[in-house]
Each structure stands twice: as C-alpha cells, then as structure tokens.
Design a protein around this ligand. Structure first.
Ligand SMILES: *[C@@H]1O[C@H](CO)[C@@H](O)[C@H](O)[C@H]1NC(C)=O
Ligand SMILES: *[C@@H]1O[C@H](CO)[C@@H](O)[C@H](O)[C@H]1NC(C)=O
Ligand SMILES: *[C@@H]1O[C@H](CO)[C@@H](O)[C@H](O)[C@H]1NC(C)=O
Ligand SMILES: [Ca+2]
Ligand SMILES: [Ca+2]
Ligand SMILES: [Ca+2]
Ligand SMILES: [Ca+2]
Length: 629
C-alpha cells in the first residue's frame, strides 16, 4: 500500500508505507540503511547524496546485501528513538511525493523550532471540506463550520467535490498517522466554509464566508476567483466591505489574513484583472514548478507577494487528502500553492500572535527568496529597497524558517499612511507603439517607505486583451500592471480600473512615476490616471539592518535597506546582492516583456485536473467564479 507522503520542500516526519523494509535496517536517530538493489529508491538516494543535510555512504556487506548508510547531519548522533527511525526509513523507501524539493521552503526547519500551527485558526473557504476525513478530523474546529450553500453547519461537499478537502490537507493534515500527507501547520484548527457550488453564488454569500466567525478566524484561505482570461472581474461591494472590515476588526483589530490564489490563466491572463488578488488586503500567491521555474499556469502578477510550490503535471504534482477519506496524487494549481502559504503564515502567527495584517505582508517581503529561480519570459529586478522582485514570483519562494524566526521578535510596523496624487488627464490616443505619461510626487507626500501602489486609470480599448500597462517608479522599478491577454476581445468603452502592485515595496515614492500604455491591435485611449500610494512615514523595520553582519567580501561596500542589500566593489562596477545574483537592468526586463507580448505561439493548454466548477453569481454583475485547481 503506497500512500501520499512527505511535504513540499521538506523531509517529512509523516509516512505510511513499506513496513517490510524494517527488518533490513539498523537504526539510530540520525542513521539508517537502505538497500541498493531497488531502483525505486535510487532517485531519492541520489537527491539525498547531493544535499547537505544527508551523508550517503555505500556499505558492502555481501554481494546480496549492498546497502546505503544514510546519516542525517542535522540530528545528533546515536540517540535512539525507534519510532522516529522507522518513520524516517519508511519515508525514504517511499516514492518521491511532496518531499525534498529544492530550493526548500524550510518547513521542516520551522517545525524543528517547535512550530506546528497550534492555536491558529484557518477558515478554508472553498467547495466544502470533508471534516470527517481521518487525516483531518482531529484538526477540524467542531462547532464552527458552515455551509453557505445549503445554509447548515455541515460543510461536507454533498456534491462530491473535493477541491476544498485537498486544500485543507495541505494546511492541516495530521502528522505521523500514516495517512496521506502532513499539513504545513499540522496542529492548526481548520474551519470548513462551503461557498462554491454549481448552482451559483452571490456577493452576499461570498462576504458572509469572508467574515465567517471573524472573531476566531486568523486566516481565510481562498483558492478561488474569477474565471481566467476574460474580463476584468471586480469583487462585489459586499466583498469589498468584508475585506475592509476584516482588516480593521478581525483578530481583535490586528486584521484578518486573507490568502488568495493568484490564478492559473497562464499567458492568457494577468492577475491584476482579478479584483480579489488585486486588493491590498489579500496576499496573492503564485506557483513554482519543482524545476525552479514559474509553474506553466502561473500568471504575470504585480499584485502577488510570493510563490510556493503548487504542483505541475510537467514535473511533479502535489499530494493531499481527498474526498471519501482518500488521498489525491494529482494536484496542480495556485489553488494548492495558496494553502501552503496559509500554513506558513499560520506557523508565523503561532510564533507571534501580535502580528497585524501588514506585519504579515512585510514579513513575506523580507523573507521570501530569489534563489536561482528562472523564467524565460521575465527577469528579476532589484527594486529601490534592494529587494529582488519578479513579475510572476513576487519576492520569491516563501521561507517558513525565516518567517517564524523574524516573527518571533517582530515589532508592529508603524501605522499605514496613504497619499493620492492629483489626477492627470492626458486624453491620449494609444496604438501599438504606446504612449507614456508621468506624475511627479513631491515632498507633499509624507510616505518614505512604500507598501502597496495603486494606479487608478480610465481608458478605452476596443479589444481589452490587447492592453499592456507598465508603471515605472522613481527608483526605476517596472511593474507589469497589465500584459496582453490573448483571448479577451471585449470592447471596453469607458473602462475604469484600479491596478495594484507590491513591487515598489520599501522604495521612497518622491520623484517621477511614469505609466506606459500600449494597445497592440485595435485603437485605444488613455483618458485619466492617478496614483494611490500606501506606506509609512517612518522606517517600518528600524531593528533590521541587513548590512550588520558584514555580508560583503572585503573590499566591497554593503549598501542596504530593510529588505535587502547590495555589495558594491569599489574598484569595479560589479555588484552582488543578498540573493547572490548581479542586478538585472530595467532595460533587459523591458525587452523580455516585449518578447512575451509577441510570443503568442508557445503556450500550453492548461488542463484543469481537479475540478472545473463554473458557477454564476446570481447577484451583481454577471461574472462567474471557479475554484482554481
Ligand atoms: C523497492 O521499493 C519500492 C518502493 O519503495 C517497493 O514497492 C518495493 O517492494 C521494493 N522492492 C524491494 C525488493 O525491496
Ligand atoms: C505543537 O506546538 C505546541 C506549542 O508549541 C506544543 O505544545 C505541542 O506539543 C505541539 N504539538 C505537536 C503534536 O507537536
Ligand atoms: C573588485 O574588482 C576588481 C576588478 O574587477 C577585482 O580585481 C577585485 O578582485 C575585486 N575585489 C573584490 C573584493 O571583489
Ligand atoms: Ca451542508
Ligand atoms: Ca497524515
Ligand atoms: Ca486569473
Ligand atoms: Ca492582494
């Protein structure tokens, strides 16, 4: 019997299978032995041999009995614990599942510091949760679930959908019970909130779900949104109110945390057309492929803060719990990277329950990592706060260990200040060559450290999918607020939209901001625009000095900000940074974007493996909402 095991990016403490190996093995807490004559474990052994965490040596005892001795370097030598050993051995013998992805999200490391989500409550707002699933039941917060579809207290997906049950397993499946997977926050409490259904949902149902049990819910995990690739779909007015009152009154005034799947629209969509992800109150999450590239289905998303592994059919799926007490082995989508992020945030809230909604976003900016993640369409840019940022991956891969470490000593950031520029009314005709227009922000703006930036635009586009919009900050950072969406030919006569970006986080806003609008085919107009800036007047992280530990080589000067630093070699122009890669110039990024815009040919058709609910809202605009697989 082989079942799902291990967790993304970590070596799990949870396993299930192949108990028959036990008698071949002599075990210590940090050492175990695996047969060499088994192809099924070869790739795991190879991977472990390359990792710093494990040392792998070949023991030739006899011809029949070739064995690998594996030493876990992170554990003390020769302290015995049979239970641990057997689970480790069984795990090693298992096929590769969610485990051992590199670079790691450091979830095991956060667990090793004692965090497991205990005391944190997460509402999974989805198509239902099987609360009696044997890998979930102990972590279900009984008495608090709700079904806004049938208006009862049992969120079980009566229609057989198991998307919400899959999301829940990634957050809070039990550890060490030999079933399915282990959730990132495997001791958190989950409240199942059933919202999505075939029969249609309303703005009211959505807003009730997003404020469900507000006084006890810490995180609302949302793996759903508007359909990909057509229209700019805004939230209804009740959802706007629910998000706004969530951040002001949730968690005793510290603010509810809303995580949101950034979408699976690949190159046919841009998450800024998704009003849920585009909100400053939500934490948008994209997906990384196990081969260190953005998952093929991820969208360009200036509003997304970070990425986690989300599973792909092209490299590795994720595993989780599924309906009817089963396990699923074919998960892919930002639906699944988002619960992973929710779990990491839960560990951080356990480390420090006083974090407010903006503290959590600052923590993600600070700790997410660029590594050597690559993308053939887009490059990383070093923003004005010396933090690398990517059009799809945001500030990079989330790091659970750094999240909990920084969280544990975190001081709340100063209060949020906002500033609106005056409105420019250029009324320009826009064609394929594009137009630019600038707004100067002067000393009248008291913000010194930016958080979110919004561009409020009114425009005309005969084919809205042809619109491209880029914002360049005074520091030279470019945000791709809109990219071509190849399937959307809607004629937007008097389009108005507010685009949001987190890519200028930490920058000073004073200076010239420029938007560049292109409409690649069919004419358009740029009527008016203005900037809405959010941030702080004081240093949000006065106790963090990234240059303090002298991270640069001798002869190099460290120039730092709160979020990152650059090492400048005073005798040449070579620079390196926290994340170890030379700064990528803005012009490279521009040409990459242009390449994407033209590179229509090679996109993969995304097959929605898990569910494809298509539902109509019966109140408000005629848009539909689907769970993101
Ligand atoms: C080899 O490993 C696989 C999976 O871990 C297992 O199913 C199989 O029984 C093992 N074969 C032997 C000969 O141990
Ligand atoms: C989870 O963490 C809490 C708080 O640190 C601790 O008391 C509890 O023993 C942990 N539970 C497990 C199963 O690790
Ligand atoms: C600085 O750059 C110069 C010229 O490229 C090189 O010779 C020198 O080794 C560099 N110094 C450091 C500390 O990297
Ligand atoms: Ca029900
Ligand atoms: Ca389990
Ligand atoms: Ca989308
Ligand atoms: Ca957001």
């Amino acid at each position: 019997m082989i079942r799902c095991l291990l967790y993304v990016g970590v070596i799990s403490t949870q396993t299930c299978l192949h108990v028959h190996c036990d008698d071949q093995i002599h075990h210590y807490t940090n050492q175990f032995v695996v047969s060499c004559n088994n192809e099924s474990s070869d790739d795991i052994i190879a991977e472990w041999a390359l990792s710093e965490k494990f040392r792998v040596e070949k023991l030739t005892i006899s011809d029949q009995d070739c064995l690998y001795l594996v030493t876990d370097m992170s554990k003390p030598n020769n302290t015995r614990s049979i239970e641990r050993d057997t689970t480790t051995i069984k795990k090693l013998m298992a096929p590769r599942k969610n485990g051992a992805l590199a670079p790691s999200m450091k979830i095991q490391e956060a667990w090793n510091l004692g965090y497991n989500g205990s005391g944190v409550t997460i509402a999974v707002v989805d198509d239902g949760v099987e609360i009696t699933h044997t890998d979930l039941d102990a972590n279900m917060y009984s008495g608090y679930h709700f079904d806004y579809v049938d208006y009862d207290t049992n969120p079980d997906p009566a229609d057989g959908n198991d998307h919400g049950t899959m999301c829940t397993g990634l957050i809070a499946a039990k550890a060490n019970n030999n079933e399915c997977v282990v959730g990132v926050a495997y001791r958190a409490q989950v409240i199942g909130v059933r919202l999505l259904t075939w029969s249609g949902i309303t703005d009211l149902m959505e807003s009730q779900s997003l404020s469900h049990q507000r006084s006890i819910v810490d995180i609302y995990s949302n793996s759903w949104g508007p359909p990909d690739g057509s229209g700019y779909s805004d939230t209804g007015s009740l959802v706007k109110a629910a998000l706004r009152s969530g951040i002001t009154s949730g968690r005793s005034g510290k603010g509810s945390i809303f995580t949101w799947a950034a979408g699976n629209g690949q190159k046919d969509d841009n998450c800024n057309a998704d009003g849920y992800v585009n909100s400053i109150y939500t934490i948008g999450v994209t997906s990384l492929d196990s081969t260190s590239i953005p998952a093929f289905y991820s969208e360009v998303c200036a509003a997304a803060m970070a990425t986690t592994y989300g599973g792909t059919s092209t490299s590795r799926y994720l595993y989780s719990t599924a309906y009817k007490r089963s396990c699923a082995n074919n998960l892919q989508g930002t639906s699944f990277s988002t619960p992973v992020a929710s779990g990491i945030i839960a560990l951080s809230l356990q480390a420090n329950p006083n974090l407010n909604w903006r503290d959590v976003q600052h923590l993600i900016v600070l700790t997410s990592k660029q590594y050597n993640l690559t993308d053939s369409n887009y490059s990383w840019q070093l923003n004005g706060a010396k933090k690398y940022v990517h059009p799809i991956l945001g500030f990079g891969l989330m790091d659970a260990e750094d999240m909990v470490k920084y969280a544990s000593t975190w001081k709340q950031v100063p209060s949020q200040v906002s500033f609106q520029s005056s409105k420019n009314s250029p009324n320009l005709y826009v064609g394929a060559s594009g137009v630019s227009n600038s707004i100067a922000i002067g000393s009248g703006c008291s913000i010194q450290y930016l958080e979110h930036v919004q561009v409020q635009l009114s425009f005309h586009a005969m084919g809205i999918g042809y619109v491209e919009l880029t914002l360049t900050s005074p520091s030279g950072t470019k945000s791709f607020l809109m990219t071509q969406r190849y399937g959307d030919y809607y004629n937007a006569r008097n389009g108005t939209w507010t685009f949001m970006t987190v890519h200028h986080w930490g920058e000073a806003p004073q200076g010239t901001w420029t938007i560049h609008m292109v409409v690649a085919a069919l004419p358009g107009h740029l009527y008016t625009w203005k900037l809405i800036l959010y941030g702080t007047t004081r240093d949000p992280l006065p106790n963090i000095n990234v240059c303090a530990g002298n991270p640069c080589a001798s002869g190099e000067t460290c120039t730092g900000n709160n979020y990152g630093y650059e090492c400048i070699n005073v005798t040449s122009t070579t620079t390196s940074s926290t994340e170890g890669v030379t700064a990528i110039t803005a012009s490279n990024t521009t040409s990459a974007a242009a390449k994407l815009a033209r590179g229509i040919a090679a996109f993969v058709v995304f097959v929605c493996i898990v569910v494809a609910l298509v539902v109509k809202r019966s109140v408000g605009k005629a848009t539909s909402v689907v769970p993101i697989a």
